[in-house]
Write a protein that binds this ligand. Structure first.
Ligand SMILES: *Cc1c(COP(=O)(O)O)cnc(C)c1O
Length: 229
C-alpha cells in the first residue's frame, strides 16, 4: 500500500480507537486534514486516498490550492487567524470558518457570502486556556457572541473550536477540552442548536475525542513535520 494511504489509515485507526474507548462511533468524528504549508500535489495525493475535508490557515496560499484542486470537489475549512480585509476572499472560497471570535468578523463574512452559495458554516473560538496570547472569547463572553452571530443570514452557526495550551499531560488536555464541551452544552441548552466541537490535533486527538470532539484538525500526523505555524 502506498505511504499516503497507510498514513491516512493510521490516523483513521487512532480516531476509531479513541471513539470506541469513549463509547462513540468513529463516523461521528470528522477528520480535517490540515494542509497549511503543503503543496497542492500533496493535498491531491491525500484526496485521491479518500480524504475530503482540508483545513488551511493562510488565505493567499489556500485560494491558489482551492483553485488548483477544484476538480476534486473537496470541502475547505479556514482555520487561521481572520483578518478583516480577508473576509471577502474567505467567504467566497471556503465552506467552513473556525476561529470566529468577534461579531464584526462574523458580520463581514455574512455580508460577503454570495446569496447563491449555501450559508458559510461557522465555529466560534473559545479561549479555554486563559492564555493572553490566545485568540478566542472567554466562556463568559460566548453568550453575547452567539446572540450576535446566530441570526446572520450568510452564516450557519455550527459549533465551537479551541486551541488549548499545548501539554503532554492528558488530564490537562482533557480538562481544557471538557471546558469547551461545557460551553457547547450550555449554549445548546439556551437554543443555540450547534452540532460541532472542533478540537484536537495530532498530539491530543484521543483526549479531544474522549471529551466529545466531532472534528479533529490533524496536520503533522498526516503530512509530516513540515507542518508548522
Ligand atoms: C496547524 C494547526 C492544526 C494542526 O496541528 P498538528 O499538530 O500539526 O496536527 C490544527 N489546528 C490549527 C488551528 C492549526 O493552526
Amino acid at each position: 500500500m502506498d505511504t499516503v494511504k497507510s498514513t491516512l489509515q493510521a490516523v483513521q485507526t487512532r480516531i476509531a480507537a479513541a471513539a470506541e474507548l469513549a463509547g462513540r462511533v468513529a463516523q461521528d468524528v470528522t477528520l480535517l486534514a490540515v494542509s497549511k504549508n503543503c503543496t497542492a500535489d500533496a493535498v491531491r495525493a491525500l484526496a485521491e486516498a479518500g480524504q475530503k475535508a482540508f483545513g488551511e490557515s493562510y488565505v493567499q496560499e489556500a485560494v491558489a490550492k482551492i483553485a488548483a484542486l477544484a476538480d476534486m470537489h473537496l470541502c475547505w475549512h479556514f482555520i487561521g487567524p481572520i483578518q478583516r480585509n480577508k473576509t471577502g476572499q474567505i467567504a467566497a472560497s471556503f465552506d467552513w470558518v473556525h476561529g470566529v471570535d468577534r461579531a464584526i468578523i462574523a458580520q463581514r463574512l455574512s455580508a460577503a457570502r454570495a446569496p447563491d452559495q449555501a450559508p458559510l458554516n461557522i465555529c466560534l473560538q473559545v479561549n479555554v486556556s486563559g492564555e493572553a496570547s490566545k485568540s478566542g472569547v472567554t466562556p463568559e463572553q460566548l453568550v453575547e457572541l452567539v446572540a450576535e452571530v446566530r441570526d446572520l443570514p450568510g452564516l450557519r452557526l455550527r459549533g465551537l473550536m479551541a486551541i488549548p495550551r499545548a501539554t503532554a499531560d492528558v488530564a490537562e488536555q482533557r480538562a481544557q477540552f471538557a471546558l469547551l464541551r461545557q460551553c457547547f452544552e450550555q449554549m445548546n441548552a439556551q437554543g443555540a442548536g450547534m452540532d460541532t466541537l472542533s478540537m484536537g490535533m495530532s498530539g491530543d486527538l484521543e483526549a479531544a475525542i474522549a471529551e466529545g470532539a466531532t472534528i479533529v484538525r490533524v496536520g503533522t500526523a498526516l503530512f509530516g513535520t513540515r507542518i508548522r505555524g
